[in-house]
Design a protein around this ligand. Structure first.
Ligand code: FMN
Length: 198
């Protein structure tokens, strides 16, 4: 059994809605135990991260970066960074914003750099935009065209679940992809990698 944590912050529910879709996609992969955790809670006891094989990180994009609550979670892992105890684990990231671009890439990059500083392995969002194959834009998987991580967009002031169906589909596929990638990393291979990186 592999353990995966979906760790997110959401002030107004949009990122929580996408985190739930990611969670459901991952939870459907056999031999995977998935937990949905709030970044604020993990920040209080960051050592809980040691019990997971992988992490999917989610934050709204606030002013072109992660929210302050999500950054507080990142900063709470400072002691784990010093001891490099998260080395060799799998990580991936997603973000939600109200504008079509909205500088979401910058948020994903911040998560990526965080994970690289911890020596983790990064999984992306490897889906071709389905609108190129004739699927209506709103229904298309990866309609926003993001490979480095998952992006989703809900209009300013819209209800927390007001995402295009394509974003919901992508979130589920993304969760499934990360969990499947984790399954492909055998326990012993992960252990060997951690030893090699130690
Ligand atoms: C302080 C603040 C800064 C924001 N900055 C951006 C931004 O840079 N780009 C963008 O597209 N949307 C921005 N937004 C909109 C949020 O990303 C959007 O409402 C998101 O869905 C909020 O997620 P949540 O409901 O999970 O908190 C901002 C919202 C707030 C409150």
């Amino acid at each position: 059994m592999k353990k995966l944590a979906v760790i997110y912050h959401s002030a107004h529910g949009h990122t929580r809605h996408i985190a739930t879709q990611v969670f459901e996609g991952a939870a459907g992969v056999p031999h995977t135990q998935v937990l949905l955790l709030q970044a604020e809670e993990v920040a209080k006891t960051p050592d809980m991260l040691l019990s997971f094989d992988g992490y999917i990180l989610g934050s709204p994009t606030y002013l072109g970066g992660v929210s302050s609550q999500f950054k507080a979670f990142m900063d709470a892992t400072g002691r784990l960074w010093r001891t490099q105890q998260l080395k060799g684990r799998l990580a991936a990231g997603f973000t939600v914003s109200s504008l079509p671009a909205g500088d979401k890439q910058s948020t994903l990059l911040s998560m990526f750099v965080f994970c690289m500083q911890h020596g983790m392995l990064w999984a992306g969002n490897p889906f071709l935009p389905e609108q190129h194959a004739g699927v209506p834009y709103d229904e298309a998987v990866n309609r926003l065209g993001s490979w480095s991580g998952l992006m989703a967009q809900a209009a300013h002031g819209a209800p927390a679940d007001a995402f295009a169906p394509g974003d919901v589909k992508t979130a589920r596929l993304f969760g499934q992809h990360v969990a499947q990638t984790l399954q492909r990393m055998s326990g012993s291979a992960q252990g060997m990698l951690r030893e090699a990186l130690a």
